[in-house]
Design a protein around this ligand. Structure first.
Ligand code: GDP
Ligand code: MG
Length: 166
């Protein structure tokens, strides 16, 4: 069980927090320079029978200039080399233009895509289904995980699923 997994999502949805939790080190935040880094290998999750390389792809957002265009292209081409994609959204906010832009890019990605609804610690359990409803038909998601990257809810279950699929 080994492979490459990319994480995509708007700024501040919790990508670095998630990677730090899964990998158990502070490397992601320490090396995080939004919009100036691209396709960094954030860390490797290793157990005796699994190895997942996580890749942060902060460059997927509406380009503002030529450098942005270049970063978008390289971020998107990185997605061609991974085995699965985690698309993270914020449970405390409605689906917006930033999410829709990423969804449009992911329409061309022929890989299993998992929807991660993050920050569920900030909403009531009753509000989880309505937020899933906003996204569930946007892409043919392989699976949907409401999680808290900060507190860890449902994160081990997601990692177990990834390990089984890779
Ligand atoms: P990134 O830009 O997608 O990498 O987002 P970060 O990981 O830097 O997180 C942005 C902010 O959201 C930080 O203040 C985090 O502490 C916070 N955050 C991330 N995940 C969670 C979560 O599951 N719950 C809550 N309440 N806050 C979170
Ligand atoms: Mg980050």
């Amino acid at each position: 069980h080994s492979g490459f997994v990319a994480i995509v999502g708007r700024p501040n949805v919790g990508k670095s927090t998630f990677l730090n939790r899964v990998i158990g080190q502070k490397i992601a935040i320490m090396s995080d320079k939004p919009q100036t880094t691209r396709n960094k290998i954030q860390g490797v999750y290793t157990t005796k029978d699994a190895q997942i390389v996580f890749i942060d792809t902060p460059g997927i957002h509406k380009p503002q200039n030529k450098l942005g265009d270049f970063m978008m292209d390289s971020a998107l081409s990185a997605l061609k080399e991974v085995d699965a994609v985690l698309f993270m959204v914020n449970a405390t906010e409605h689906r917006g233009a930033g999410d829709n832009f990423i969804i449009d890019q992911l329409k061309n990605v022929d890989k299993p895509i998992y929807l991660l609804i993050n920050k569920i610690d900030e909403i009531s359990p009753d509000d989880i289904m309505p937020i899933i409803e906003q996204y569930k038909n946007a892409l043919p998601f392989k699976d949907v995980y409401p999680i808290s990257a900060l507190q860890g809810n449902n994160v081990p279950e997601l990692v177990d699923t990834l390990i089984k699929e890779l």
